[in-house]
Design a protein around this ligand. Sequence first.
Ligand code: MN
Length: 155
Amino acid sequence: MISVLRMSFSVLVTVLVIITNVEAQEMKKAPIDTIFAQGEKNPYGEYFTGQTYLTMLSNKGDEWNSSIGNVTFEPNAKTNWHKHSGGQILLVLAGEGRYQERGKEVRILHPGDVVRIPLDVEHWHGAAPDSWFTHISIETNLPNNQTTWLEPVEM
Ligand code: MN
């Protein structure tokens, strides 16, 4: 009888641990209209600070040879410094964001802004400290557009 109780208890603990982990992995819903689906946690998260979410709208290698993603940033989340050998265009959809090229002033981003990032220019993009932020990211000059990830932004 005691061993049955012990087993039941360990099953209960296991179930609770699983439930807790599932809840921890759940997506935090952005309190802004991200227009497109917010998507899953960004699989490139190791190159970002803070939590971001990614929905691919068009994948590299498909008929259109274009890569378009929708990225949502929690407040203060941002990319590391990085550069794209084929450049990148950002279309701002929601919230308030930030963009900076190495050695230049930080630019404040609002919905409707377009950011044209030249080839091989080091930069970062992300959310304002107190705002969620969503932009579409277009990889240009495919198929030879390589992204080089650098150090985290210090600010
Ligand atoms: Mn970029």
